[in-house]
Design a protein around this ligand. Sequence first.
Ligand code: TYM
Length: 330
Amino acid sequence: MTRILSGIKPTGQLTLGNYIGALKHFKDFQDSGEVFIFIADLHALTLPIDPKFLNDNTRDLAAFYLASGLDPKKSTIFVQSSVSAHSELNSILQNYLYMGELSRMTQFKEKSAKMKDSAIGLGLFAYPVLMACDILLYDADIVPVGEDQVQHVEITRDLANRINKRYGDILVVPNYKVNKVGARIMSLSDPTVKMSKSDPKGDIFLKDDLNTMRKKIMSAVTDSGSEVKYDKENKPGVSNLLTIYASLKEISIEEAEKHFEGYRYGDFKREVADAVVEEMGPFKARYEEIIANKSYLEVLRIGQERASQVANKTLKRVQKAVGLLDVDGE
Ligand code: TYM
């Protein structure tokens, strides 16, 4: 059976970008494959974060996973730090990714560019190692992610191939899955940059109320001209809204363009806002229902158990292959 694995970091507030690029699609795999979805709380520590915020956000993300339609009977939902194999494999595999390749990672370059050297933690630099461990521990075949995470899956592939070449075929080499539409939702205030959890102006947060979401779409930056056309270079704002609409309606960009032929920007935005509200309304209602009863967190305990069973097997395989002595083994 195909194994699918993905995760989200509980930093900042979840955005419509996270929803469209990743969260919305996780449930699509649960009838055809074996799905592992986790909360990357150890990765959240790679930049300074308030402990209470991290803790609350972790619970919240579990509720968002459930609200997205992930069914804990079919999918394993867990917290990264609750499965110790992630950290254990990390201390082995960190020896097989190199300084040169890690320093070339886009995410590291972008994040560290804004920081003083004295404030850049080792974890931020080594971020791809832990992410590779997340993926490789579950023998994942497919990793559904937004565009910004593709490079991390690629380095995971390099690492898996490197290990397999040296120690025999012990790791599954994963593939990423990026959606044709919506793999990179842009900021509403500056559509030339990605919508990210750390950009309050240009974001739609999943926790925003529906009115705020509507207002944000209505005041999104559009472009000169009046035609609703997909043209990323010259009309990044309109193209972004078309992308949001197409991915929520699950149609192609061409179909969305056709739908809006002859529309004025104001009416166009209104319909995009309607589409957002139509999707987010029921999603938010499910989320509210879930968090009203704390017992939903039980899912994470069951997830921990199931995930550990799978992860520990891979960990043992790697430990043995590299020559670590199993003191309670045969
Ligand atoms: P994170 O938490 O930054 O983002 C979670 C998912 O949302 C996608 N995404 C977007 N998609 C479209 N448009 C956007 N503007 C946008 N912003 C974010 C991301 O691509 C991602 O799929 N390193 C990961 C978490 C992680 C992980 C893993 C993922 C840790 N280990 C193993 C997969 C497999 C991260 O920080 O995602």
